[in-house]
Ligand binder design. Structure first.
Ligand SMILES: [Zn+2]
Length: 149
């Protein structure tokens, strides 16, 4: 659960400062608040891995988004056509898997334990409470706020 005083914009602003080396200002955080702590951890991991291989200034985040109910953080070589060396590529693939696996069991709204559900053809990782709210929203014709207490 996110702390009650959690402030999305402040949190993202801090991530942008801490990870400015790999996170361009143009990259949006196109996901809900429940995944922001996961993103913070994984940006830290990405910098550790890239630094270890001498690639910290040669890689850049392209996108942070949701796909098929999971979190995706796309990190690519800055120079187009350049590829990660094999060992680095393997570690980045491992990181990608951790991002996917963790997000699939983390509610995108609140960060509680959850699972991916199919909500009228839209896939989202939600805790039981937010899953219930999303289904209720669909049942009433998708009117009003989806998530509310
Ligand atoms: Zn939730």
């Amino acid at each position: 659960m996110l702390p009650s005083d959690f402030h999305r914009e402040e949190f993202i602003a801090r991530l942008r400062v801490e990870h400015a080396r790999i996170l361009p200002p143009s990259v949006e955080f196109a996901v809900d608040d429940g995944w922001l702590l996961l993103i913070a951890d994984r940006l830290h991991d990405a910098e550790t891995i890239l630094s270890k291989h001498g690639w910290i200034d040669r890689a850049v985040i392209k996108q942070i988004k949701e796909k098929f109910g999971e979190l995706r953080i796309y990190i690519r070589p800055r120079v187009e056509d350049e590829a990660y060396p094999d060992e680095l590529a393997a570690e980045m693939e491992g990181l990608r898997r951790v991002v996917s696996d963790n997000s699939a069991v983390t509610c995108e709204i609140c960060g509680d334990d959850g699972e991916i559900g199919n909500f009228g053809g839209y896939y989202q990782a939600l805790c039981p409470r937010h899953s219930y709210q999303r289904r209720a929203w669909i049942a009433r014709g998708r009117k009003g706020d989806i998530f509310h207490d």
